[in-house]
Design a binder for this molecule. Structure first.
Ligand code: IMP
Ligand code: MG
Length: 176
């Protein structure tokens, strides 16, 4: 795709290779038990589908919709569940699958919400992490790539709902 405002940061091949490594690692860390992979919509849907297929074991897949009341490059800090899970988490090992940890507001909120559902354990897998931006403490056990404080799109990540279907993760330049 030719778009002068986009610059490739992580090409598709690197994303896929890293996801295969994460799939191996997570499969080793959870040799048995019920593992629920919770996709945080919409940004994490591409990551979830590739990561689930990189796993060497059975997993449950479920989806949670979240709105952070932000249309631009920053979220407002107010988190709302727009679609809840279908399957109970009680006694399960839960892996929250998220596209990116930015301020940490969303995942900090989600960790507390999921803890109330009495799972056996909860960890976070995030494809991207921007540690410089953190406002709330969040620990992601599995991180694909740490990136600098730049706004990125592609592979599920959007700007005003655009660019999610790019294969590569790109830096979006020249926008307000
Ligand atoms: P947080 O609550 O600030 O950590 O933000 C989490 C959400 O903000 C992510 O799930 C993304 O949807 C969105 N977000 C944060 N940084 C970016 C970015 O660089 N590109 C696209 N979306 C982003
Ligand atoms: Mg998101």
């Amino acid at each position: 795709m030719i778009d002068p405002t986009l610059r490739v940061l992580i090409p598709s091949e690197k994303i896929q290779a890293r996801i295969r490594e994460l799939g191996d690692q997570i499969s080793r860390d959870y040799p048995d038990g019920n593992l629920h992979m919770i996709c945080i919509l919409k940004g994490a849907c591409f990551f979830l589908t590739d990561l689930a297929r990189a796993m060497k074991r059975d997993v449950f897949v479920d989806f949670m919709g979240i709105s952070t009341y932000g249309k631009g490059k920053t979220s407002s800090g107010e988190v709302k569940v727009t679609k809840d899970l279908d399957i109970s988490l009680e006694g399960a090992d839960v892996l929250i699958v998220e596209d990116i940890v930015d301020s940490g507001v969303t995942l900090n909120y989600l960790m507390h919400l999921m803890e109330q559902r009495r799972p056996k354990s909860i960890r976070i897998a995030a494809l991207l992490d921007k540690p410089e931006r953190r406002l709330r403490p969040v620990h992601a056990s599995y991180v694909g790539f740490q990136i600098p404080d730049q706004f990125v799109v592609g592979y599920g990540l959007d700007y005003a709902e655009k660019y999610r279907n790019l294969d590569d993760i790109c830096i979006l330049e020249n926008t307000a």
